[in-house]
Design a protein around this ligand. Structure first.
Ligand SMILES: C[C@@](CO)(OP(=O)(O)O)[C@H](O)COP(=O)(O)OP(=O)(O)OC[C@H]1O[C@@H](n2ccc(N)nc2=O)[C@H](O)[C@@H]1O
Ligand SMILES: Nc1ncnc2c1ncn2[C@@H]1O[C@H](COP(=O)(O)OP(=O)(O)O)[C@@H](O)[C@H]1O
Length: 282
C-alpha cells in the first residue's frame, strides 16, 4: 500500500454545451462534449496515523475544511468503504477558481481515484462515478478520464470519437462566475432537440469548430461584455474558433498547434493583464 502519492488534477473545457430543459429539482438537462486539458493542479495525498481529513491549498485562498470539495470526496469514499483513516490533502492550485474549468470537480475526482488505489479498495470506475455524482455534476466526467459526450445533468457519459490534434488558448480577464447563478438566470429556449457532435469515427478540426456552442454564453457574455470582445480578439489572432467554457468566464480559442496558441498568448500579454494559458488536450 502506498501511503503518499502526487497526482495531476486536470482542468476541462466544454466543446459544446446545450441546455435542453429543466428538471423538477432545478438541475438542467444537458448535452455536452467535454475534454480534459493539460493545465493541472498538483495534488499530494497522504494517509496519516491521526484520524480526520485535512486539506491545504497553495496558490489561491480556498476553503480549508469541509467546504473544500476534495475533503468531501475523501469523506464520501471513506464512508462508502466503511473505513476510518486519516487523510492529508495538499493542493497546489493552478486552475483558476470558479472559472468554468472544473478545478474543484477535478480535485474531487482525483481524490476518489487516488484513494481507491492507495487503500486498495478495488471500486470500479462506474462506482467511483456514482460516488462522484453525489459531490457535483462534473465530477463523474473527471473520474471517466476520457473525452466524453455527457447527458442528463452531465453525469451520463459516453466516449467521444477520437478528437483532432489541436491546441487551445485559455483566456480569463479575472472574472469569476457562480455556476448556480448562471443556471438560475438562464431563459430556456430549446425544447429537447439534441444538437450533437458528428457521429463518425473521426472528428476533423472543421467538425470540432462547427460544433462549438454554449447556451450559457447568453447569460455570462451579456453580464460581462468584455468576454465577447475577448472572443473576437482570439479570432483576430488566428483561432479557428472561440467559445466560453462551462458557465464561464474562461474563453478558449482553437489553434492548429501549441506554438500558435503561445504566440497569441504573447501578443495578449503585451496588450492586456488577462490570464492566458496555452494547453493541449488530454
Ligand atoms: C456548467 C458546467 C459545465 O460543465 O461546469 P462549470 O462551469 O461549473 O465548470 C457544469 O454543468 C456544472 O457542473 P458542477 O459545477 O459540477 O455542478 P454542481 O456543483 O452539481 O451544481 C452547481 C450549480 O449548477 C446547477 N446545475 C448544475 C448542473 C446541471 N446539469 N444543472 C444545473 O442547474 C445546480 O443547480 C447548482 O446550483
Ligand atoms: N478544491 C477546490 N478547488 C476549487 N474550487 C473549490 C474547491 N473546493 C471548493 N471549491 C469551491 O467550488 C466553487 C467552484 O469552483 P471551481 O470548481 O473552480 O469552478 P467551476 O465550477 O466554474 O468549474 C468555488 O466557489 C470554490 O470556492
Amino acid at each position: 500500500m502506498h501511503n503518499q502519492i502526487r497526482v495531476n488534477s486536470p482542468a476541462k473545457i466544454n466543446l459544446c454545451l446545450h441546455v435542453l430543459g429543466r428538471y423538477e429539482n432545478g438541475y438542467h438537462a444537458l448535452a455536452m462534449a467535454m475534454q480534459r486539458v493539460d493545465l493541472c493542479d498538483q495534488v499530494d495525498i497522504r494517509i496519516t496515523r491521526a484520524k480526520g481529513v485535512t486539506v491545504h491549498c497553495d496558490g489561491l485562498a480556498l476553503a480549508p475544511g469541509e467546504d473544500n470539495i476534495a475533503v468531501r470526496a475523501a469523506h464520501v469514499l471513506l464512508a462508502d468503504a466503511r473505513l476510518d483513516v486519516g487523510i492529508e490533502i495538499q493542493i497546489d492550485k493552478r486552475i483558476p477558481v470558479a472559472a468554468g474549468l472544473g478545478g474543484g470537480s477535478s480535485n474531487a475526482a482525483t481524490v476518489l481515484l487516488a484513494l481507491n488505489a492507495m487503500l486498495e479498495l478495488n471500486m470500479t470506475n462506474q462506482r467511483l462515478q456514482q460516488l462522484g455524482a453525489q459531490l457535483g455534476a462534473d465530477v463523474p466526467f473527471f473520474v471517466f478520464q476520457r473525452p466524453a459526450w455527457a447527458t442528463g445533468t452531465g453525469t451520463d457519459l459516453a466516449p467521444l470519437p477520437p478528437l483532432p490534434d489541436v491546441a487551445y488558448l485559455l483566456v480569463n480577464p479575472g472574472i469569476s462566475v457562480s455556476t448556480a447563478e448562471v443556471y438560475q438566470s438562464l431563459q430556456l429556449t430549446k425544447g429537447g432537440e439534441l444538437a450533437n457532435l458528428p457521429r463518425f469515427s473521426v472528428v476533423t478540426k472543421e467538425d470540432l469548430c462547427a460544433a462549438l456552442h454554449n447556451d450559457l454564453e447568453r447569460v455570462t457574455l451579456k453580464r460581462h461584455p468584455l468576454l465577447q470582445q475577448i472572443k473576437q480578439r482570439l479570432l483576430q489572432l488566428g483561432a479557428r474558433g472561440a467559445l466560453m467554457s462551462g458557465s464561464g468566464a474562461t474563453l478558449f480559442g482553437v489553434f492548429d498547434a501549441l506554438g500558435q496558441a503561445q504566440s497569441a498568448a504573447d501578443i495578449l500579454a503585451a496588450e492586456t493583464d488577462w490570464w492566458t494559458c496555452p494547453v493541449s488536450p488530454l
